[in-house]
Design a protein. Structure first.
Length: 246
């Protein structure tokens, strides 16, 4: 999972709609294979046709990933709206699933990322994201992606400025506590190391840059098991370049 910064229509039906003939009878194994290969829309089509809680989670995750890394400007709105619908279906299918709520919050986070900071504020997206993440962690207190995302939320709200901090209550110290808890549980999580690393210069004014470099260099040596992780790998390289330029 690549976690996003939370502040800063219609596509061709043949690309975004469910291809019944192509997906009928296919399995979760097929959907996961498509996701791992980077065929994210195909993975979502197959998963949606299966219609189980696990399948809706994969569909939402696939579409959120596609929206962030690959979708054109023309397609983005339709892709992310579909991702949010799949997240809603996942929760409807199993409201006790932390993964279902995380699939939804990932889609909402990607949606917020595509909007201006003012639009995100006006639509209450920051509060919605926090509420969903708190449900994830209420269901599963050790959910690594949930801990990472809530840490990012606190860090990014705190970095956004005084008004955002006043409205939402984002705190740097809470971000650090959440990141450290996640890191203790999953010290070799590639995306966690990226997300913590890129925020460390703001979270630790004295040693943040040096710690960020160490963390990102650790992350770069970790395996790349699938297409999404490959995108994360390149984000780590970009983050290291940014430290060098800074």
């Amino acid at each position: 999972m690549a976690t996003v910064r939370f502040f800063p229509l219609v596509a061709a039906l043949g690309v975004l709609s469910l291809s019944v003939g192509a997906t009928a009878g296919q399995s979760m194994e097929s959907a996961r294979a498509a996701y791992e290969d980077g065929r994210f829309v195909e993975a979502a089509d197959i998963a949606e046709s299966i219609g189980t809680p696990e399948a809706y989670v994969l569909a939402a995750r696939s579409l959120s990933t596609h929206a962030y890394y690959e979708a054109s400007e023309e397609d983005w709105e339709a892709v992310i709206q579909r991702a949010m619908r799949m997240g809603e279906e996942a929760i409807r299918a199993d409201s006790s699933s932390a993964e279902a709520y995380f699939a939804m919050v990932s889609a909402v986070g990607r949606y917020a990322q595509g909007k201006s900071a003012w639009t995100a504020l006006r639509e209450g997206l920051g509060g919605r994201i926090k509420d969903l993440l708190e449900i994830v962690l209420e269901i599963d207190p050790d959910h690594i992606d949930g801990l990472t995302a809530l840490a990012c939320w606190h860090a990014d709200v705190a970095a956004e400025g005084r008004i955002a901090r006043m409205i939402y209550g984002g705190k740097r110290e809470e971000a650090v506590a959440l990141f450290d808890r996640a890191l203790a549980l999953a010290p070799d999580d590639k995306d966690l190391l990226l997300q913590y690393g890129v925020r460390l210069p703001d979270l630790d004014k004295d040693q943040g840059v040096a710690r960020a470099r160490e963390m990102l260099e650790r992350a770069i040596d970790l395996p790349v098991p699938d297409a999404q992780a490959n995108y994360v790998h390149f984000e780590i390289l970009d983050a290291l370049d940014a430290l060098d330029e800074g």
